[in-house]
Design a protein around this ligand. Structure first.
Ligand code: COA
Length: 255
């Protein structure tokens, strides 16, 4: 695993040693245009069919490249051949049980070991994460290029009251970067919970502190579970330094 930056979304904090729980996942960045699309053969039939729902060839190829990169990363995490994985995605937002949309998950090898995974694409890059650690209950990553969430009005629609307060403490020139860091944390937290923005108001997902504050209808019943939410240093995974990324983990409580 890579070195992680401060969990303070201001980004102003001093680097500190990686949190031990973050070592439970494998994290990597992959350039989408470098992925051999011939390896689409390794995907499940239903994933290839899903790719054909994109009218644009560019979007279809970006989708396939991300899926190939994620599967290959999950196979490495499970130490199995990439052909020995079966997609077992879970969608908590609908009843379409096709196992290839929503939160990424795989069954690996003859013992059907569970691999939890997460993916985010931005421009020509994707960030992928995978874990077979039984203590890990959820994994989420998010990647943005530049200051994607740095636009005016973002705070009114996407931030909680506490996050808006924190934003006001940041000098104006640095606010676009701060907003983008908050956004990647929110998306990573939602992905770790298997939830999507179609049903969850991002302003209800407060990521200003090291532990997210979530309404019970979003958090579910896992109140004793532990959270790790951290920035990913783009350089540590080979991403262009202008990118912003975050990782979120839900970990079983210590007994
Ligand atoms: C999908 C979403 C979580 C992130 O989208 P984004 O920032 O535009 O794109 P990213 O590249 O960062 O992430 C896309 C990946 O998120 C993952 N993802 C999608 N839904 C997810 C969920 N419920 N939980 C965890 N991860 C999810 C998938 O791996 C997806 O990759 P794919 O295109 O190969 O399927 C967000 O856009 C969203 O919530 N959209 C609404 C989706 C929804 O709920 N639709 C109803 C489904 S029936």
């Amino acid at each position: 695993m890579t070195r992680q930056e401060s969990s303070n979304p201001s980004g102003a904090g001093v680097n500190r040693p990686p949190q031990p729980d973050v070592q439970r996942i494998r994290l990597a960045a992959v350039r989408l245009s470098s992925v051999d699309l011939g390896h689409a053969d390794f995907l499940d039939d239903a994933e290839r069919q899903l790719a054909w729902t994109f009218a644009s060839q560019v979007r279809r190829e970006r989708f396939l490249a991300g899926r190939i990169a994620l599967r290959s990363h999950a196979a490495e995490a499970a130490e199995v051949d990439v052909r020995d994985l079966q997609a077992d995605y879970v969608c908590r937002e609908c009843t379409r049980d096709d196992h290839v949309h929503g939160m990424p998950r795989y069954r690996a090898g003859p013992r059907k070991v569970t691999v939890l995974a997460s993916l985010s694409r931005a421009e020509d890059w994707c960030l992928v994460a995978a874990s077979t650690d039984g203590q890990v209950l959820g994994v989420g990553v998010d990647l943005e290029s530049g200051v994607a969430a740095g636009f005016e009005g973002f705070g009114q629609v996407a931030l909680s009251a506490r996050e808006r307060e924190e934003l006001q403490k940041v000098e104006p020139a640095l606010q676009p970067g701060f907003q983008t860091r908050l956004w990647t944390r929110k998306e990573a937290v939602l992905k770790a919970l298997g939830r999507g923005l179609a049903s969850v108001d991002p302003a209800l997902v407060d990521v200003a502190g090291s532990v997210p504050l979530l309404p019970v209808q979003v958090a579910g019943t896992g109140g004793r579970n532990r959270w790790v939410v951290d920035a990913v240093d783009p350089g540590s995974v080979g991403l262009p330094l202008s990118f912003t990324a975050a990782v979120a983990l839900v970990v079983k409580p210590r007994s």
